[in-house]
Design a protein around this ligand. Structure first.
Ligand code: BG6
Ligand code: MG
Length: 239
């Protein structure tokens, strides 16, 4: 009995040592444009608002809105158009955009999922990593619910939990704290330039999801989750 107990203890120590030697233990995923193509609906919501107001908004400006919280995103559009409005008016306009966005969400379905993303998160979990969803969106829970994705994450942080927009690291630091992993052992998946900055500001590594031309700050970029060697990333990080 004593001998087999010793073996069990040794095995547990070995497992623990193997886990501690891994470079990464926490995987944090942004939502819009990383797990679900709701980035498209955010853009279309802003575009509709801009059209009704007679403002210019194109896809280049649209990319600058990725990852940016609701009011700061509106401010980017206002600035591009040289428009100044009161704080109350900003909230009124942002509410209108949010109604347009929520109308798109009514029809959301599995075709809106980023191909391979769910399978990737599942593999990450099978390998014993912690997973978190960290989104600036106040609608993130509704999207997770509509597509039944919440069970994929040990922690969920949304726009309702944070006070500072990316590139502030608050959303990612909150996620790391909630699933109990040191920031230096976390990797973030992000489609936004501001999101990659936020990850770096949190002391985390970041994988860019999307066109590398608009994510020059990411040390690794991909458009297809099956391109990634998960075991290598876990052992060595992104360097
Ligand atoms: C981010 C999107 O995830 O959430 C941004 O990339 C959006 O485009 C931001 O502005 C805030 O979303 P919401 O749903 O709170 O207006
Ligand atoms: Mg995003």
């Amino acid at each position: 009995m004593a001998a087999s107990g010793g073996v069990v203890v040794q095995f547990k120590t070995l497992l623990y040592t193997a886990r501690m030697s891994q470079r990464l233990q926490g995987f944090i995923f942004d939502l819009d444009g990383v797990v679900v193509f709701t980035d498209k609906y955010h853009y279309l919501g802003w575009k509709r608002l801009a059209d009704t107001q007679g403002w210019h908004l194109d896809e280049t400006i649209g990319h600058q809105l990725r990852g940016v919280s609701r009011i700061p995103a509106l401010e980017v559009i206002l600035e591009h158009n040289g428009v100044t409005v009161s704080e109350d008016e900003k909230h009124r306009l942002a509410d209108i955009k949010n109604e347009y966005y929520k109308a798109f969400l009514r029809d959301i379905n599995e075709d809106d999922l980023y191909p391979g993303a769910v399978e990737f998160v599942e593999r990450v979990r099978e390998l014993g990593m912690k997973t978190a969803l960290a989104s600036a969106s106040k609608n993130a829970e509704a999207v997770l619910e509509a597509l039944r994705l919440a069970h994929l994450f040990d922690a969920v942080v949304t726009g309702n939990d944070i006070t500072r927009s990316k590139p502030d690291p608050q959303v990612f630091l909150t996620a790391a704290e909630r699933f109990g992993v040191e920031p230096s052992r976390c990797v973030v998946f992000e489609d936004a330039y501001s999101g990659i900055e936020a990850a770096h500001n949190a002391g985390m590594q970041a994988v860019g999801v999307g066109d590398p031309a608009r994510l020059p700050n990411a040390s690794l970029c991909m458009t297809d989750y099956s391109e990634l060697s998960l075991e290598d990333i876990i052992e060595r990080g992104l360097e």
